[in-house]
Every structure is written in structure tokens, then in C-alpha cells.
Design a protein around this ligand. Structure first.
Ligand SMILES: Cc1cc2nc3c(=O)[nH]c(=O)nc-3n(C[C@H](O)[C@H](O)[C@H](O)COP(=O)(O)OP(=O)(O)OC[C@H]3O[C@@H](n4cnc5c(N)ncnc54)[C@H](O)[C@@H]3O)c2cc1C
Length: 337
């Protein structure tokens, strides 16, 4: 199993790439986005930058804690003291949340703007297809790391292997959406850098993005997240409508005028995991197909990292028994572990 495809370049896909490249495998990562990072995203608008997805990393487990010194030394991670809660540290990628992914992908091939629309297994291995047609490479294994609803659609369109169990597992994972407002202001707001709002209102969180480490502090930039329930109720609204509603709610919450020189709303349809699968990953050793993401374990970046590490362990442990060629669907038994 030397040549491995990873679909999705968020924390899960990047973690898989890092582990498998370090173990000497050839890894090709595909992502539909313009850059790697997934929900660890940074929007650039002229000279303005906003982390409009994940705000910070909290670290609870030893596996991720062990990576922090390396990422700090590489200059892609820093503490964000303003976001610490009860001494519990928060970390951000620098100079933007999307900065960690390229570092983790070193040594892997990466194809951006490549939306994988279908996949299938035949006697040569796994093939992948975009809407415009099949990609030229074939792979010994495919590891999918995209949010569960998108993965379910992909698995349902797959041929050559029986993936019903994967589809069924994907349907058990539930997400909450999040409308995000990005604001650039000419005046500094009189507010703390991180604001958490009580559940059930319009807003969930707001942060002075320009106050994070190694950001351009000369510009007052804020990221405001709407409450999950409010986001669900307003899911199909136009971004312009959301911009007005969230700006007004933010001004009301602060009790001061908020007059942006630039603003923009972004809808995350699958933002935070509400109901995870409750198992670290899926791996079918016969089909050589795997799934990892935050959706397996929880709602945080570290959950995606842990899920991907669990899948990397299974892929590497499975190597010994994989000298034989792949079988077609009728001969396969799907074991989800
Ligand atoms: C608004 C918001 C705030 C958040 N705040 C925090 C926070 O403060 N702290 C925290 O720990 N977590 C936070 N999270 C959650 C965190 O971002 C996720 O848990 C984590 O980034 C998930 O990583 P992942 O690799 O599983 O998925 P993703 O990051 O979603 O990566 C999946 C990738 O797959 C790609 N993709 C999808 N379909 C296809 C396809 N068919 N073909 C090719 N590529 C495809 C996508 O473009 C994406 O890059 C937040 C998320 C959001 C949206």
C-alpha cells in the first residue's frame, strides 16, 4: 500500500498526509478549495485577513501536545493569551489559521481546486474522478476526510466496493451551521478581544481578529459568529441580509456604534459537529478505504487530528496482510472498526 489518496486537506487530511509521508508512503491530497486548511480558514480581502472558520485550537491530549513545540519552532503556531479560559491555553496558527496546513503537507503531493465527485475500485486499485472526468492516477488506498454529508454523497456515488456501511455511518453524524461576519472598522472598538455570548440569542462569539498574534494590528478587524440555532433558522438568507442583521446584533451587544468600512458574511453549512459518530475512524482493510474527520469524535480541531491519527495507525498496521490484489464488490466484506 504505497500510493495513497487523501480526499480533503483540513486538519484530518493534513494529519494523515504527515503520518503517512513520514512512514515512507507516497501521498496525494486532493481538496476542492483554493488552498489547504479546510475549516481552519483565512479569508484575504486586499490587505485584510480574517480567520472566518476555526478561531483557535485547544489542546487536551498528549498526541497533539507533542506536536506543539515543532509547530512553534517552525513559526506556524503561537499562543493566543487573550482567548485563554481559566488558565487553559488557546493556540492559533500564524500568520493565519490556514498556515498550519501547508506545513503539514510537506512531502505530499497536493492538488487544490479538485472536487472529487466519484471514486471506484477495479483490478488496478482505486480511481478518483472530478465532474470533468477521471484523474490519471490510481491508488492502493483512499482515505476520505470531508464532512460526513459530503462524504455520504461521495460514497453513494462509488463503484466497485460495497460502501453501504460507510454511507450509513455518515448519516449518523450531525453538524450545526454557522453564519460568520467579517468586519473591518476604521475605529478601535471599546471591547475585550474575545466575547462569548449566551446560547439562544443571535450571536455566539466575536473576536478581534487583528489582535491575534502576528496579525496586522494597524487595522481593526473582527470576526463574529452567529448562534448555531439562529444560523439554522437563517440558513438560506442572502449574505447581504445576514451582514446587516449580524452587524446590528453586534452593535447592540456592545452598546456602541459599529460602522464597518468593509464587511462580508460567510455561511458554513457544516461548521461544528453536534453528534459525532463515537468511534475514532472507519477503516475497511479489504476495500482499503478509510474515513476520518472531526465528525468521528467531536467538534474541535483536535478531534479531527485524533481521528486521523487513529486511521493512520490502522492503515499502517494493515500493511502486512495487503499483498493480494483488491476484489470486486461481490467478494468484499466491510468491517468498520
Ligand atoms: C465557524 C467555525 C468555528 C470553529 N471554531 C473552532 C474553534 O475555535 N476551535 C476548534 O477546535 N474547532 C473549531 N471549529 C471546528 C474545526 O474547524 C473543525 O473541527 C476542524 O477544522 C475539522 O477538520 P476536518 O479535517 O475534519 O474537516 P475540514 O476542515 O472541513 O476539511 C475537509 C476538507 O475537505 C474538502 N472537501 C470537501 N468535499 C470535497 C470533495 N468532494 N473533494 C475534495 N475536497 C473536498 C473541503 O474543502 C475541506 O478543505 C470551527 C469551525 C467553524 C466552521
Amino acid at each position: 500500500m504505497h500510493n495513497i489518496a487523501v480526499i480533503g486537506a483540513g486538519m484530518a487530511g493534513c494529519t494523515l498526509a504527515r503520518r503517512l509521508v513520514d512512514a515512507g508512503r507516497r501521498v496525494h491530497v486532493f481538496d476542492k478549495g483554493r488552498a489547504a486548511g479546510g475549516r481552519m480558514a483565512t479569508r484575504v480581502a486586499g490587505r485584510l485577513r480574517f480567520d472566518h472558520g476555526a478561531q483557535f485550537m485547544s489542546v487536551r491530549g498528549d498526541a497533539m501536545r507533542a506536536r506543539l513545540p515543532e509547530w512553534q519552532r517552525a513559526g506556524v503556531l503561537a499562543r493566543w493569551p487573550q482567548a485563554a479560559v481559566d488558565g487553559d491555553e488557546r493556540w492559533v496558527a500564524v500568520p493565519g489559521m490556514n498556515a498550519l496546513a501547508p506545513r503539514m503537507l510537506w512531502g505530499a503531493e497536493f492538488s487544490a481546486q479538485t472536487l472529487i465527485d466519484a471514486l471506484g475500485a477495479d483490478r488496478f486499485g482505486w480511481w478518483l474522478a472530478e465532474e470533468s472526468g477521471m484523474l490519471p492516477d490510481c491508488f492502493d488506498a483512499v482515505l476520505v476526510t470531508v464532512p460526513a454529508p459530503q462524504a455520504a454523497a461521495l460514497f453513494a456515488r462509488s463503484t466497485g466496493a460495497d460502501l453501504h456501511s460507510f454511507v450509513e455511518a455518515m448519516q449518523r453524524i450531525r453538524y450545526a451551521p454557522c453564519w460568520t461576519l467579517m468586519l473591518a472598522l476604521s475605529e478601535r472598538l471599546d471591547a475585550a478581544d474575545c466575547l462569548r455570548f449566551p446560547a439562544g440569542g443571535v450571536l455566539n462569539w466575536a473576536a478581534r481578529d487583528s489582535g491575534k498574534p502576528q496579525r496586522d494590528g494597524s487595522r481593526e478587524c473582527w470576526v463574529v459568529h452567529a448562534d448555531p440555532q439562529w444560523s439554522q433558522q437563517h440558513l438560506e438568507c442572502e449574505p447581504e441580509q445576514i451582514e446587516a442583521l449580524l452587524t446590528a446584533a453586534f452593535a447592540e451587544a456592545l452598546g456602541q456604534a459599529v460602522e464597518p468600512v468593509q464587511r462580508c458574511a460567510h455561511r458554513w453549512r457544516y461548521a461544528r459537529v453536534l453528534e459525532p459518530l463515537g468511534q475514532p475512524c472507519l477503516w475497511d482493510a479489504d476495500a482499503r478505504l478509510g474515513y476520518a474527520s472531526d465528525g468521528c469524535l467531536g467538534e474541535r480541531i483536535e478531534d479531527a487530528f485524533d481521528s486521523a491519527n487513529a486511521l493512520a495507525d490502522r492503515v499502517l498496521a494493515a500493511e502486512a496482510g495487503l499483498a493480494r490484489p483488491m476484489h470486486l464488490a461481490a467478494e468484499q466484506h466491510v468491517h468498520l472498526r
